[in-house]
Ligand binder design. Structure first.
Ligand code: SF4
Length: 149
């Protein structure tokens, strides 16, 4: 009888994954590239807006210059295994957050369903509903809140 082999995201901890495995956890939703606003009266509440980072390609929800993104957006945060459990600002559907919280990947995840567009078809991403920060003044961002994380 053949042994049942679990996929890496079920058999390894985040810290045990190699770079390729780690990068493949991103489902391409692009949500973490949306601007967020903090609640002045509740420091734990972070609100996502539909206003995207200037580097986000609004047609694909992917970074248009991923290798050099920190050159153009110095405060772009690089997710790392050791830090991931403190990233409470990540959306609840983010694969890194879900695995860190002991949850399974969602059915839309490319590693699960094999379809890179499923994240958009399932309505997890904001594809088609985003605006660039180059088009909307910062004082207007609060008019574009979409969810609290
Ligand atoms: S929110 Fe998570 S899954 Fe979505 S693009 Fe960002 S890192 Fe990838």
């Amino acid at each position: 009888m053949a042994a049942i082999v679990k996929p890496f995201w079920q058999s390894k901890t985040l810290e045990q994954m190699n770079q390729e495995e780690w990068e493949s956890l991103c489902d391409g939703c692009g949500l973490c590239c949306l601007q967020k606003l903090a609640d002045a009266e509740d420091a734990d509440s972070i609100y996502y807006t539909r206003i995207a980072c200037k580097l986000l390609d609004l047609g694909t929800a992917r970074c248009s210059n991923y290798p050099e993104r920190q050159k153009f957006v110095p405060d772009c945060i690089q997710l790392k295994p050791g830090d991931i459990r403190s990233y409470q600002w990540l959306p609840q559907t983010c694969a890194y957050r879900m695995l860190a919280e002991g949850k399974p990947l969602g059915p839309w995840h490319p590693l699960v369903c094999g379809d890179e567009n499923a994240v958009h078809a399932a309505g997890i991403s904001q594809l088609g509903r985003m605006l660039s920060e180059t088009e909307v003044a910062e004082e207007e961002w609060e008019n574009h809140l979409i969810f609290r994380c």
